[in-house]
Ligand binder design. Structure first.
Ligand code: URP
Ligand code: ZN
Ligand code: ZN
Length: 471
């Protein structure tokens, strides 16, 4: 087995930083050594990576991505090959995608089909959450089976998208009760989809059909109402651990914060788009341009408090995780499906490559500490979703490492840093501090010197244990 020594860097964890060298043996971290001590122990590494002046952090864990997701009459543009490669370019060494059961489908068959799609395709390690879109005896029984046998320990449900993924409160409650018994985590897309559909129909009837109306028909009240309802249902279901995905709004965050203060097992994530992008600067761009930023939950107004509150939530641990909800659609032939009718624009934007960069910028802006960057982007997503060997640099952990150069900048854009299968960039023109320097996935250098060295098929499926904050 080859040994690699990352030497001279500052190792940053969720709880602190220190000058140290990281010794990798094969696919695992072998030791964290005092600087220069490898030689004193008689260790002669096969490969030495110079990290002087750089941060050495665990590889990123993006707990919410959608490769090849069928949505709105098309399929998200990145598949497991291109999307996981872009993840590697962004310092992300584990992605969690979704297997999807919709009405009429068998959960186990849906999971098996997703395994077939991903097998041999991924550049970095991957896991699945299971979407439950049809609650019945079969799916409830399958949920337990997946937890006990398949390493699938989290289930996503939708209070939005009636007729597609939507579940009513009764179905959600039944699934939550099941998860409460098995120890699984429930993930919730919390928007009141029934009310949203009324607002959408009214908007279109008035002739308000541009992309910005996507956000105006999904007001924050309908995000916070659904968040509140999900929290209550989870409590009724025995305080099942509940994780609210892609939180965008201040009022919704208040619901989470209140629940946490009551001692409920409620967690939440936000995504870079909600911290940086807005209706005014993006979604409401002239013509059809704004379609690039149609996603749900939607971008909010920069004149309200959302971005400030979301950063605060990240600092205070009301928001535990930053994911991307990576779900890219090209403008051509995909977003274009909604020209003249915003409700037909496929929902989603790409960002798996840029999460570490965009959230590091929060460190530079003074919104969070370096340690909190590691915690929200690497360590907590791993602990939240039971990835026992991910998200930390310690002996025995998988050798997933990001060497980060804080002394240079990254220019993001379709002609700059951009490796996703999209014909535009959600963060076009952003120039952020810091840069992905070297990325190691289970001991293999996959990115170095601005060169891609990874390979399709290197990434392996990872079975997950239960949420490690509750169990
Ligand atoms: O707009 C989004 N978020 N698309 C992906 C599906 C989802 O709701 O997560
Ligand atoms: Zn969602
Ligand atoms: Zn999503």
């Amino acid at each position: 087995m080859a040994t690699t020594l990352i030497q001279g860097g500052t190792v940053v964890s969720a709880i602190g930083r220190r000058e140290a060298d990281v010794l990798i043996d094969g696919e695992s971290i072998a030791a964290i050594l005092a600087p220069g001590h490898a030689a004193a122990y008689g260790i002669t590494p096969d490969v030495v990576i110079d990290a002087a002046g750089k941060y050495v952090v665990p590889g990123g864990v993006d707990a919410h991505v959608h490769m090849s997701l069928p949505f709105g009459g098309t399929v998200s543009a990145d598949d497991f090959d291109t999307g996981s490669r872009a993840a590697a370019w962004g310092g992300v060494t584990t992605i969690i995608d979704f297997a999807s059961q919709t009405v009429g489908l068998d959960v186990r068959e849906a999971l098996a089909a997703r395994h077939v799609e991903a097998a041999g395709e991924c550049h970095v390690d991957y896991a699945f959450h299971q979407i439950i879109g049809d609650v019945n005896e079969e799916s409830l029984e399958a949920m337990t089976y997946l937890v006990e046998n398949e390493g699938i320990t989290s289930f996503k449900m939708f209070m939005a998208y009636p007729g597609v993924f939507y579940s009513d409160d009764g179905k959600i409650l039944r699934a939550m009760q099941n998860a409460s018994e098995s120890g699984a985590l429930m993930m919730m897309h919390a928007e009141n989809g029934i009310a949203i559909d009324v607002l959408v129909a009214q908007s279109l009837a008035r002739g308000d059909s541009d992309p910005k109306y996507h956000s105006y028909t999904r007001p924050e009240e309908l995000e916070s109402e659904a968040t509140h309802r999900a929290i209550k249902l989870a409590r009724v279901a025995g305080n099942v651990p509940l994780y609210i995905v892609h939180m965008s709004a201040s009022e919704a965050l208040e619901e989470v914060s209140r629940a946490q203060h009551m001692g409920l097992n409620v967690f939440a994530e936000t995504c870079p788009q909600y911290l940086y992008l807005s209706i005014e600067d993006h979604l409401a761009q002239p013509g059809f341009e704004g379609a690039k930023w149609v996603c749900s939950t939607p971008l909010r107004s920069k004149h309200e408090h959302h971005q400030k509150d979301l950063w605060k939530g990240l600092r205070m641990n009301e928001l535990a995780v930053v994911s991307t909800d990576h779900c890219p659609f090209c403008m051509k032939d995909q977003k274009e499906l909604g020209i003249g009718d915003f409700s037909k624009i496929p929902n989603g934007m790409g960002g798996v490559e840029h999460r570490m960069e965009m959230i590091y910028q929060g460190v530079v802006m003074g919104e969070m500490t370096l340690e909190r960057w590691v915690e929200t982007c690497c360590t907590t997503p791993a602990r939240m979703f039971g990835l026992e060997k991910k998200g930390v640099l310690e002996p025995g952990a998988d050798a997933d490492v990001l060497v980060w150069d804080p002394n240079t900048k990254t220019k993001i854009g379709i002609n700059d840093k951009h490796h996703m299968a999209m014909d535009h960039s959600s963060y076009e023109g952003f120039e952020v501090d810091g840069k992905v320097d070297t990325v190691i996935s289970r001991g293999r250098v996959v990115v170095a010197n601005d060169t891609y060295l990874g390979a399709k098929g290197h990434g392996q499926f990872v079975k997950r244990s239960l949420n490690q904050y509750i169990h």
